[in-house]
Design a protein around this ligand. Structure first.
Ligand code: ZN
Length: 201
């Protein structure tokens, strides 16, 4: 097992964030280099901290993402906000060559940010629920049906693997600094924020 390593997270403007990633073969997944990369991505995500990290964010154009939503990240939200977001802890796991195979027609809108768009947040509509098929770090086929915040994280990370960022999907008039989100908007219902900032629904 390797040592703790924090990789550099690249910011928008780096071409790697806009490219298509390459899928991995079973042998590539099991290779020590990939296993080390996964560990380093986990360490980097935790140090950030963030709930997800995709390989292009560390300048590697491979179809790998890591996800973990720890309970300690939920402290700054009220129980009502967590309930509204269907946000529950998600244990650490690795997604390789993931694919969204089904999604719920219902859409939910919440503020979202990205480690590669430092300092900003915007309201982003996302499917309420998704089914994702992927390989895990042992190259075993898995399928997950996710709802709420976990479904949002999956959509965000899988977008990264296709060169798509939340800013491509956001309600652009709600883009703001994280500082202003915390100061003015964080505790208001999203419908109120949209009423005040967005000119159409
Ligand atoms: Zn991101």
């Amino acid at each position: 097992m390797g040592e703790f390593m924090r990789l550099q997270i690249v910011q928008i403007g780096e071409e790697v964030l806009r490219g298509q990633t390459r899928e991995l073969s079973r042998d590539e997944i099991l290779h020590a280099k990939t296993q080390d990369l996964i560990e380093h991505m986990r360490d980097t995500m935790r140090a950030a901290p963030g709930v997800g990290l995709a390989a292009p964010q560390v300048a590697i154009p491979l179809s790998i993402a890591v996800i973990e939503d720890r309970e300690e990240y939920h402290k700054k939200f009220t129980p009502a906000q967590l309930l509204e977001r269907y946000r529950q802890p998600v244990p650490f796991h690795v997604l390789i060559n993931p694919r969204i195979v089904a999604q719920d027609g219902g859409r939910q809108e919440f503020f979202e940010g990205c480690l590669s768009v430092t300092g900003f947040a915007a309201i982003v509509p996302r499917a309420r629920a998704v089914t994702v098929e992927y390989l895990d770090e042992h190259a075993e086929a898995k399928s997950v049906e996710a709802v709420g915040w976990y479904a949002r994280i999956l959509q965000h990370e899988i977008d990264h693997l296709n060169g798509v960022l939340y800013i491509d999907r956001m309600r652009s008039r709600t883009l703001m600094t994280v500082e202003h989100l915390e100061r003015f908007w964080k505790d208001l219902p999203v419908s109120v924020v949209l009423n005040k900032l967005a000119d159409q629904r």
